[in-house]
Write a protein that binds this ligand. Structure first.
Ligand SMILES: [Zn+2]
Length: 365
């Protein structure tokens, strides 16, 4: 199950795949899945901590010491469903939007339900929310300051939450404005896909991009002949199969070979198998592994055109007991390209590792 939460700034995690996107604006917000999980657990377990205390703790975070909409210091109000802390003046505008868009509560005066507190904590505060709701403020539209007029403030807040004008264009959901947040959650992936898809010529699915797999090297591969092996690697994605050349008599082969695969909307796991080339009989298998492409592709689509960003980390495939990763595998924007390096421990074999670098190449619009 993939769950999207725009209020967590493109932060995505799944229970099955365990990966995450890293917040765009600051490294200090690099929450990871385990952290979220722990926090979620903590929020469920810590019944002894009063709800109000938890909200106040969140309010004390540095980014929540200023109004999310106008930067006025010391906000005392919160929009419980959007997940931001705001000042009294902005609070008035939020109320005028209606509680279906922004449900305003006082941090000190109102009684909060557990659900409201959990929702607030899950969003993680003003920076987190703003990096979604203010992701793309167009030139000529400036954020109001603490002394802005009511009109300036109201215009900005309406554009930000009601019209959602500053979301990344690909995140905007045009239908049913009555529940924008739920809509973003639900429609995020569909929207990504429909905006960047093209029909495959064979009609077997909509192509969403290409995957370049660079097979760098193998380390300590298994012996299948007398003393050594002649390894090569086969990758399978859906119906497609690509393979490297054979490296003769080498348990630490260096390929540095690039392979291309087309990726459809319903892409699954990328499977790789290492074989020992045998002239006289069937090739022997030297291990295999599955690669989860979700972290790479979802991060890439969340960020859109990578050439717009500086070099940075945008996501991560996390090592876990049920995948073949040796270490966490970060997804990075490098010189305008979305890339992911990884070292894979070959499965169902006595030894062997494989170094790979993936690159996502979106369909040109
Ligand atoms: Zn304000």
């Amino acid at each position: 199950m993939v769950s999207f939460s725009p209020a967590r700034t493109g932060f995505v995690f799944t229970s099955a795949h365990s990966f995450c996107l890293v917040l765009r604006d600051t490294q200090s917000f690099a929450f990871f899945y385990e952290l979220q999980f722990e926090r979620l657990l903590a929020s469920k377990v810590a019944m002894s901590v009063s709800g109000k205390r938890r909200v106040k703790d969140l309010l004390l975070q540095k980014d929540n010491r200023f109004c999310a909409d106008c930067n006025a210091p010391d906000p005392k109000w919160a929009s419980a469903n959007i997940g931001v802390f705001v000042c009294l003046k902005c609070c008035g505008v939020h109320r005028s939007l209606g509680s279906h868009i922004s449900k305003i509560l006082s941090v000190t005066l109102d009684e909060w339900s557990n659900e409201e507190i959990d929702a607030m904590i899950e969003v993680g505060g003003n920076s987190s929310a703003n990096s979604i709701y203010e992701a793309f403020i167009p030139p000529g539209c400036t954020k109001p300051g603490p002394d802005a007029s009511h009109e300036q403030r109201a215009k900005f807040i309406r554009l930000k939450y009601e019209q959602q004008e500053f979301l990344k264009p690909s995140l905007r959901i045009m239908s049913d404005k009555t529940n924008p947040r739920a809509n973003i959650n639900k429609g995020l992936m569909d929207n990504f896909l429909s905006s960047s898809c093209s029909q495959n010529q064979d009609g077997k699915g909509r192509s969403i991009g290409k995957l370049k797999v660079k097979v760098i090297k193998g380390t300590d591969l298994a012996i299948r002949d007398m003393m050594t092996s002649d390894p090569y690697v086969i990758f399978t994605l859906g119906q497609q199969t690509v393979q490297t050349t054979v490296v003769k008599s080498n348990l630490n082969p260096v390929w540095n070979e690039e392979l291309m695969l087309s990726v459809n909307q319903k892409f699954g796991l990328l499977n790789l198998k290492v074989f020992d080339y045998d002239l006289f009989s069937c090739d022997d298998i030297m291990g295999e592994a599955d690669i989860d492409l979700q972290p790479l592709i979802t991060s890439a689509m969340t960020y859109g055109d990578p050439s717009m960003f500086e070099n940075m980390q945008i996501g991560k495939w996390l090592k876990s007991h049920d995948n073949a990763l040796i270490d966490d595998s970060p997804v990075n924007i490098v010189d305008g390209k979305v890339q992911q390096e990884m070292t894979i421990k070959l499965q169902n074999v006595e030894s062997g590792e494989l170094d790979l670098a993936l690159e996502w190449i979106p369909i040109e619009s």
